[in-house]
Ligand binder design. Structure first.
Ligand SMILES: Cc1ncc(C[n+]2csc(CCOP(=O)(O)OP(=O)(O)O)c2C)c(N)n1
Length: 376
């Protein structure tokens, strides 16, 4: 495929080209948007950690240490900015997350250790999300309201109004706990499915609007289907208009723009208890998944190298500082892989473990996980 290879066209790891300032700036700008330099560096570091983990994950899928890779290189700016702004916790006073399979950056920014991602990728019994059963990136964290990710695309958009309804009711009964919102994330191709319409419809019933942040990360591809070829509209965000939903399309590769767009959208959902549709234009730097080879595609904008250059040019960090962050992140990812690969795989007995919650049926049909009468 043209423009596809494992090696960067000019320099190793998009290394920084120049540093022009010595006095650290207070803020980092993008057009009219601003974030503090401190925040910009926090986002930058998390983006590097995410990329390092994804690149190590791809290597695992190629070396045979893992069987399948899918993830979000090219979506780090959006994912990290989202993860850092989540009100993390358990129950309706906190945010619910209905993610999809490209959101490692959200989870790392929220505080998930790298090894928990690797445990799932390597199908270890220690995988806290699915006990080694599910694909990588299919997170599930009850303590953080991270609803299990499913490979079946778009169903998360039909579920989000459910948790948002609970949050709205909870907030009406407990006004001091009325800021929890439901955040749902998916790609643009999936929005052609009815579940997306369900979300628009259920979150806008008159007088019963719901605090749902519908995020669509638009990488312009549904596996190998070009968005332009199957969609008459230019912007997914325009789908919000008939429902009276507020919406915005943002450059998802620009962390400063994304941070502010998410801040606006989340504040609106929290305070107004109404939905918002945020479309982020992102890149897909390693194709759809390992099924299509996961080679680097150099023709697309890289949010990480662009931000790196801006931070160095503005004097927020110097090249040595950037290298230090990369060394640290790569070492963290390597250590996570080494540790996870030493952990046990699930056993035959583990197959039925954690599949069904205890129920009254258990006493009626002991030792029968299906709960159904035995076949005669
Ligand atoms: C209901 C359903 N239909 C089809 C598929 C196969 N499938 C997996 S990913 C994908 C493309 C999704 O594209 P998009 O929604 O744009 O998200 P992206 O992968 O580009 O982030 C498809 C069609 C699926 N998993 N589930």
């Amino acid at each position: 495929m043209p423009g596809t290879s494992e090696d960067p066209p000019d320099n190793e790891s998009g290394a920084v080209r120049r540093a022009v300032r010595t006095v650290a700036p207070a803020v980092v700008r993008s057009g009219r948007e601003v974030v503090s330099a401190e925040l910009a560096l926090t986002v930058f570091r998390q983006m590097i950690r995410t990329r390092a983990l994804e690149e190590r994950s791809i290597k695992m899928s190629k070396s045979g240490e893992a069987y399948f890779w899918i993830g979000g290189p090219g979506e780090e700016a959006f994912n990290v900015c989202l993860g850092l702004q989540v009100h993390k916790g358990h129950g309706p006073a906190h945010d619910y997350l209905h993610l999809h399979y490209r959101n490692a950056g959200v989870m790392l920014a929220m505080g998930m250790p790298m090894i928990d991602h690797v445990r799932q990728l390597a199908m270890r019994a220690t995988d806290p999300h699915s006990r080694g059963r599910n694909f990588v990136g299919h997170y599930a964290v009850k303590a953080w309201n991270v609803v299990p990710v499913t490979s079946v695309i778009e169903v998360q958009y039909a579920m989000a109004p459910g948790t948002a309804l609970v949050q709205k009711r909870h907030g009406e009964r407990h006004p001091d706990q009325a800021e929890g919102i439901s955040v749902v994330v998916g790609g643009e191709a999936g929005t052609a499915e009815g579940d997306f319409e369900t979300c628009l419809n259920w979150s806008t019933r008159p007088g019963q609007e719901l605090p749902v942040l519908m995020a669509v990360t638009n990488n312009r591809w549904g596996i190998s289907t070009d968005f332009q070829a199957v969609s008459a509209e230019q912007r997914i965000a325009d789908r919000a208009a008939p429902y009276g939903i507020r919406a915005e399309t943002v450059d998802g590769n620009d962390p400063v723009a994304v941070w502010n767009a998410l801040d606006r959208a989340m504040r609106y959902c929290r305070r107004e208890r109404k939905p918002f549709l945020l479309e982020a234009m992102v890149s897909r730097l390693h194709g759809h998944s390992s099924s299509s080879g996961a080679q680097r595609e150099w023709g697309q904008a890289d949010p990480l190298t662009a931000f790196e250059q801006r931070l160095v040019d503005g004097g927020a960090i110097d090249p040595a500082g950037v290298k230090g962050l990369w060394d640290e992140a790569k070492a963290e990812a390597d250590a996570a892989v080494v540790a996870a690969m030493r952990e046990p795989e699930p056993t035959r007995e583990d197959v039925y473990r954690d599949s069904y919650a205890p129920s009254e049926v258990d006493a009626v049909y002991p030792n029968d996980y299906t709960g159904l009468p035995a076949a005669k």
